[in-house]
Design a protein around this ligand. Structure first.
Ligand SMILES: C[S@@+](CC[C@H](N)C(=O)[O-])C[C@H]1O[C@@H](n2cnc3c(N)ncnc32)[C@H](O)[C@@H]1O
Length: 163
């Protein structure tokens, strides 16, 4: 791992669908699983191939390593045995533990973020409204994307200003 050039973290990269360059040279991509291309019932692939398999609640990086962190965790409640294409591609939220999971992941992303670094948190209000999410993470974003049409997806932006 190159300390000097890898200053961006994608903390749960999935299939890297949101990336223009899916192999950005300054980025470390992590996820807690690895899946092969084409596993979704004959549909065009959805490969999950992180640089490291890691839990976002327990990041194996030093404090303040990254200048920019993306956090796009699962946002839909589903049972362990749910094998829908959506859940296979994007993961699931556990109804019992989601608050600890999301707060734990957010706190770790914050810990590895450098002073004056930026955290971008993508969230879809499928099951949990933004207001509740902010109560859980206990940190107020600077801005969010405004809702357009029927989209439930929001981009929240935070900066780490040292005390
Ligand atoms: C909404 S998807 C990310 C989509 C991705 N941003 C994209 O552009 O395709 C959420 C991802 O979080 C991963 N994930 C769930 N729990 C995790 C954990 N504890 N640690 C790391 N990744 C996790 C899932 O495997 C899933 O790939």
């Amino acid at each position: 791992m190159d300390k000097n050039t890898k200053f961006i973290l994608d903390a749960c990269c999935g299939g890297r669908m949101m990336w223009f360059n899916k192999n950005h040279p300054n980025t470390i991509y992590i996820d807690n699983r690895k899946t092969k291309k084409g596993y979704v019932n004959g549909k065009p692939n959805h490969e999950v191939n992180p640089d490291f398999i890691m839990d976002f609640k327990n990041l194996k990086f030093p404090d303040k390593k990254f200048k920019l962190v993306f956090f796009d965790p699962p946002h839909v409640f589903a049972n362990e045995n749910n094998d829908s294409t959506f859940i296979k591609c994007f993961g699931r939220l556990n109804k019992e533990t989601w608050e600890q999971d999301i707060k734990g992941g957010f706190d770790e992303c914050w810990r590895v973020l450098d002073d004056y670094g930026v955290l971008v948190f993508k969230w879809s209000e499928c099951n949990i409204p933004i207001k509740k999410l902010i109560e859980v993470i206990k940190k107020e974003p600077l801005v969010r994307s405004m809702r357009r049409g029927l989209s439930k997806t929001h981009w929240l932006c935070f900066i780490k200003i040292p005390n």
